[in-house]
Design a protein around this ligand. Structure first.
Ligand code: M6R
Length: 551
């Protein structure tokens, strides 16, 4: 992922461009850049975060049109040359891009045959040069956008400037998100609403294959067939996108500490007046389906593992859970009446959006569970349930994961009208509050013991294995320490070879059915010298364990 930001006519363009990138840093942070129109195109970019960009960018930018970008390297290593904005060979056009161009080799060869030279390893430079190639033929930027759109395979959200249009910012979009913020005397664009909410609450979502432009006073959008479209303006609530750290040192910690509130909010949203509050049509469609396919990526996939199991337990319905990028290449849908549940915090994950094409082609009934109202998946799925977790700024998903699992538990229970889950979830709030209140010093002590290790393993069975997968992802993502989740029963089938003297092994024991087997696993790894940290629920806790969950 990358984050893009752009503006025309905003009072402090430098501040908007840099502040906006800081809010989109969760989308990538290995390099950053700014481009603007001021007697031609000016570009400042480098490896490093938006904070570094602040140091190299002149303080007194005089421009009406600005674009900026924060990058997560995909095509080409993180380097100054590969950073965005990219400039076309004849320096007419510059752009920032979020997405991946699948046919970039073919297009690059085409442009080379037309005399174009390339200075980066990116797919984005191809878009800049394609636009310039067509622009120089017609001297009409909208025509150039139309022609270029026809050539590109893959995903793109682009903010584009052309030195011949000193008052205009062009844009185009397919699969990757792009939002326009409507101002008074200025207009904005960004990958999501967060950079724009302190400037406006009126937004326009660009759809696939749309392109257009913004000036200070005008917004024009053209559809797939290049016809002018009258786009709906939606109002977004500023509080939902608040980036106030509220005294916390970073967003991940703040978001972890919001988990108890998120569970309470979800209970209130989906259960009141002694009954579940889900759309009757959705419940009937789920009940009449004979198989549910869960799709998600990363953390959201881990939530789907839990959700799938809950649906089986409550409703005796068969389920399969897939990593979305795998299903996209080999879609299978067992049963005569399958129903697809997609899970995505952002509602913008390209791998899931690809799945949506297949889902629509086969007319499969579907639901998106997302934290982001107005996102591509929210707008394009048949049913949508919102997580109400508030914006998740941290790259590492925490509160959204808990919200996903909570909402899946509520939905599964509502299908059977089983209200006992509400008490269980309220109890979970108590557990979370107890951890927040009583366990911080212990968690810090364990973290300081682990921070210099090179391999850390997690062990669990059943739900505790699903939890291990998520815990392990979080650890590797945040600490860059190698970590693996191993199902307890699999240890003996190979992975135990990796356990050495002092290898940290974190074990979850929350399920009475698997507790005895997990105790056996602890003995196995201890024999190999592992340093074991056990997290267990009250009833299953033993004095030698590390942490007792109040459950
Ligand atoms: O927005 P999504 O839930 O669709 O994102 C999917 C994954 O990229 C995401 O869950 C990722 O694994 C987490 N940020 C990891 O903490």
């Amino acid at each position: 992922m990358c984050g893009i930001v752009g503006a025309v006519g905003v009072k402090s363009p430098r501040q908007y461009a840099l502040d906006g990138l800081k809010m989109l840093e969760y989308r990538g942070y290995d390099s950053a850049g700014v481009g603007f129109l001021s007697d031609g195109i000016k570009i400042y970019k480098d490896v490093g975060s938006p904070a570094h960009l602040d140091e190299i960018l002149p303080k007194d930018i005089n421009t009406d049109v600005i674009i900026s970008h924060t990058r997560l390297a995909t095509h080409g290593v993180p380097s100054k040359d590969n950073s965005h904005p990219h400039l076309s060979m004849n320096k007419k056009i510059s752009l920032v891009h979020n997405g991946l161009i699948d046919n970039f080799v073919e297009l690059r060869n085409f442009l080379i045959s037309k005399g174009y030279k390339f200075y980066s390893q990116t797919d984005t430079e191809i878009i800049a040069n394609m636009l310039e190639y067509y622009y120089l033929q017609s001297k009409d930027m909208l025509k150039a956008l139309e022609e270029t759109k026809n050539q590109l395979d893959g995903s793109y959200a682009c903010a584009i400037i052309n030195e011949d249009y000193p008052d205009t910012l062009f844009m185009m979009r397919k699969t990757s998100p792009l939002l326009v913020g409507k101002g008074k005397g200025f207009n904005l664009i960004a990958s999501d609403a967060s950079p724009m909410v302190s400037y406006t609450n009126e937004f326009i979502e660009l759809d696939d294959y749309e392109h257009g432009y913004i000036t200070k006073t005008d917004i024009k959008v053209f559809d797939k067939d290049n016809k002018l479209v009258d786009k709906k303006v939606t109002i977004k609530d500023m509080e939902t996108f608040s980036h106030d750290l509220k005294g916390y040192p970073h967003y991940m910690l703040k978001e972890i500490e919001e988990i108890d509130t998120v569970i309470k909010k979800l209970i209130t949203a989906y259960y009141h007046d002694n009954k579940y509050q889900f759309d009757e049509d959705l419940l009937n469609d789920l009940k009449s389906s004979d198989h549910i396919i869960f799709l998600g990526c990363g953390t959201s996939y881990h939530a789907s593992l839990v959700g799938g199991r809950l649906f089986e337990n409550f409703n005796n319905i068969s389920t399969t859970k897939y990593i979305a990028s795998e299903w996209a290449f080999h879609p299978t849908f067992p049963g005569a009446k399958p129903f697809v549940i997609l899970i995505s915090q952002s509602g913008e994950t390209a791998d899931l959006i690809h799945c949506l094409d297949t889902i629509k082609k086969h007319n499969l009934n579907n639901l998106i569970i997302t934290n982001t109202g107005g996102s591509t998946l929210d707008r394009n799925c048949r049913y949508s349930l919102l997580l109400h977790a508030g914006i998740e700024v941290s790259v590492a998903s925490t509160k959204a994961y808990v919200a996903q699992v909570t909402l899946l538990a509520l939905l599964a229970a509502s299908l059977q009208n089983d209200a006992s889950v509400i008490d269980d979830l309220k109890h979970c709030v108590t557990v979370v509050e107890d951890i927040q209140k009583n366990y911080k010093p212990m968690i810090q002590k364990v973290a300081s013991e682990l921070k210099d290790k090179t391999n850390i393993f997690y062990l669990g069975r059943s739900y505790d294995y699903f939890l291990s997968l998520e815990a392990s992802l979080k650890l590797k993502e945040i600490s860059y320490i190698h970590s693996e989740a191993i199902p307890g029963g699999e240890l003996k089938h190979g992975p135990i070879a990796l356990i050495e003297q002092d290898t940290p092994t974190i074990v979850f024991i929350t399920d009475p059915e698997t507790a005895a087997s997990m105790r056996g696993n602890i003995e196995e790894v201890k024999t190999r010298g592992a340093k074991v940290y056990t997290i267990a629920t009250k009833k299953l806790f033993r004095p030698e364990d590390t942490m007792m969950l109040e459950y």
